[in-house]
Every structure is written in C-alpha cells, then in structure tokens.
Design a protein around this ligand. Structure first.
Ligand SMILES: Cc1cc2nc3c(=O)[nH]c(=O)nc-3n(C[C@H](O)[C@H](O)[C@H](O)COP(=O)(O)OP(=O)(O)OC[C@H]3O[C@@H](n4cnc5c(N)ncnc54)[C@H](O)[C@@H]3O)c2cc1C
Length: 321
C-alpha cells in the first residue's frame, strides 16, 4: 500500500525574516503553515553580529538572536517549523489546484498555497582570509554595516551599479573609500560612474584585486595586486565591502515561475502573486532593489495576506485576481 501524502494549506519555503513573518500572519489566520527551514535556518541574518536597523530594538540585536525570536513568535501561533530543504516543486496552473513539493529528495508534500521566501546569497571572492574575517570587518551589505565604520577608511570590491551605489553610500559615512575594480573600466551606468567620480573621498583603483585580507580577528588592511603588472601593495582599511552581486535561491522554480534575467521571481503589481495561482513570493528572492530584513518581513506579511485572500476566494472563483 502506498504511503498517504501529507496535504497542508500553506507551505512556507525558507526561514529568514520573510518566511517567519509570513508564518506569523498565516498562523494567526489559521492557515496552519508549515515552514521548511532550508540549509540556513534563520536565513542571512544568522551570519551577522549586529543588526541595528530593525525597528523595535533600540539597543540593536545580534542577528542569530533576532531570528530565534522570530521563530519563537511564529511557533507561538502554531507554525510547524521543520528542518528540511525543498528540492523540487510541481506547481499547478489551476486556480484552486494543488501544488506539490519534494523535501530532501525523499518526502512529498501537497499544499493549497505556497509562500516562497528562499532569499538570496551574496557572492563573495572566496579567498580564505576573506571568509575567515566575514563578520569581522568583511561584509556584503554596505547599507547594513556601513554605519559601524563611521569616520574610518574602507574598501569596496565591485564595478557595477550596486557597487557604485554602495560606494557613494559609504562615502557619506566613512573618511575614505577605496574602490577596487578588476577590469580597466566600470560596468556601472554612466550616471553612477559620474556620481562616484565626483565624490572626493572615493579613490578608484582599476585592474586591481584583493590578494589577501589582513588582520587576525578583525580587518586591519588589504594586500592588493595589480593584475596587469603583478605589483602588490598594502593599504590600511578597517572594513571591506564585497559588492559583486547576489544570487537569488530560486533554481528549483526555474521553468515554472516567471523570473527576470538574473533569477529574481517576478511578482504582479504591488502584490506577492506569481504567475501561478496560489503561489506567492516574498523577501530577497523577489527583491533585488532593497534587500533588507524589514522589507523582507514586509513582503512576508503581504504574501500571507495574499495567500489568505486567495484561499478565501477559491470558494467564490469569480473574485480570484
Ligand atoms: C552579512 C549580512 C548582514 C546583514 N545585515 C543586515 C542588517 O543589519 N539589517 C537588515 O535589514 N538587513 C541585513 N542584511 C540583509 C538581510 O539579511 C536580508 O535582506 C534578509 O535576510 C532577507 O530575508 P529573506 O527572508 O528574504 O531571506 P534569507 O534571510 O536569505 O533567508 C532565506 C531562507 O530560505 C531558506 N532556503 C533557501 N532555499 C531553500 C529551499 N530550497 N528549501 C527550504 N529553504 C530554503 C534558507 O535556508 C533561509 O532560511 C544583511 C545581510 C548579510 C549577508
């Protein structure tokens, strides 16, 4: 006899700020959500020490503690949090259709609605000294961590619009920003290049890469190398920002959900609706613009409300948007 497949109302994929906020709202609306945590329970904030900009924490809070609290809040209303990775999905095209997901390649689950909160991963240089000092002066988020380097000298790696945007942001806070560009030109738009070129405290070094991040517990400097001449030199900085892009964790939805050219899920208008009825996307997986915990939480709330309304209108199909 074949095993009965579990069927639930709302499956939430991912346990970052978007997933747990969706869970709080979905659980309170009696959607009995099940959250699968994925490979990084608590999401990206578990990789950072200090979160200073999430509303409600006047003294700041460390990322892992904040995410444990979000989980506890979701569980207080009955969210079923499970360790596991969604490894495949089969999304229905029908309004009121049942979506299927595979957990850890070996368990099937069916859901009336799915909220995707799988986040995005920042790309790093992947040199050992950079990895060792992540959270000790190496950061992939200038808006999140720039403030900690107020009045100090920092460096940023990258040459696109985001790098230029983040360099300008840092230039407002820090004494000096050294921008390291691998090629002999920047990829950023002319307008963004103009902006960084006009900020007196930004120095751009072309054909330049990080050879090693210096420092034992915290960043104390960089050894940089000119990739044309091989010349190396050391610069003194207390922070290194990596701005070479993000990869949304959306591979399992490819071919089923509409995405932009870099893999971010496309949502409709001001909603979290995807192109599949009953499937909603929230957080960094659908947002390449803001990528903050509070915006992820905001869209998690929206996704749960969209899911609740969708389920309510299935009985009166003419109202489904
Ligand atoms: C170093 C660092 C510091 C930061 N500091 C701040 C800050 O101070 N303030 C701020 O507002 N923002 C900060 N951010 C940004 C913030 O962390 C993100 O914007 C936010 O976490 C995005 O939330 P999310 O829920 O969309 O995704 P994430 O936090 O990325 O969580 C994604 C979740 O999805 C899960 N997942 C992925 N794929 C699957 C799958 N197939 N099956 C099941 N689960 C899956 C992962 O395990 C994870 O739990 C920082 C980011 C970094 C990297």
């Amino acid at each position: 006899m074949s095993e009965k497949i579990e069927r639930i109302k709302t499956l939430i994929i991912g346990s970052g700020p978007a997933g747990y906020t969706a869970a709080i709202y979905a659980a309170r609306a009696d959607l009995k959500p099940v959250v699968y945590t994925g490979m990084e329970p608590g999401g990206q904030l578990t990789t950072t020490t200090e979160v200073d900009n999430f509303p409600g924490y006047p003294e700041g809070i460390d990322g892992p503690t904040m995410m444990v609290q979000l989980q506890q809040q979701a569980e207080r209303f009955g969210t079923d949090v499970r360790i596991g990775m969604v490894t495949a999905v089969e999304l229905s095209d029908e309004v009121g259709g049942i979506h299927k997901a595979t957990i850890d390649d070996n368990k099937s689950i069916e859901a009336e609605t799915i909220i995707i909160s799988t986040g995005a991963s920042a790309k790093y240089l992947n040199i050992p000294s950079e990895q060792r000092l992540r959270g000790g002066g190496v950061s992939a988020c200038a808006v999140c961590d720039g403030f900690f380097y107020k009045g100090q000298d920092v460096a940023i790696v990258g040459a696109g619009d985001t790098a230029a945007e983040e360099a300008s942001y840092l230039a407002n806070i820090c004494s000096k920003v050294t921008m390291l560009v691998r090629k002999d030109y920047m990829r950023a738009s002319k307008a963004m290049q103009h902006r960084v070129n006009n900020l007196k405290n930004i120095e751009i070094l072309y054909n330049t890469e990080v050879d090693e991040v210096l420092g034992d517990q915290v960043v104390e400097g960089l050894r940089i190398v000119n990739n044309q001449t091989g010349d190396k030199k050391e610069i003194t900085v207390t922070g290194l920002f990596i701005a070479i892009g993000h990869k949304p964790n959306t591979d399992i939805f490819k071919g089923q959900l509409d995405m932009d050219e870099t893999g971010y899920i496309v949502t409709k208008g001001k909603s979290t609706k995807t192109n599949k009825p009953g499937v909603f996307a929230s957080g960094d997986a659908q947002d390449k613009e803001y990528r903050q915990a509070v915006t992820a939480a905001g869209t998690g709330c929206m996704a749960a409300l969209d899911a609740e309304r969708y389920l309510a209108t299935i009985e009166t199909p003419e109202e489904v948007g």
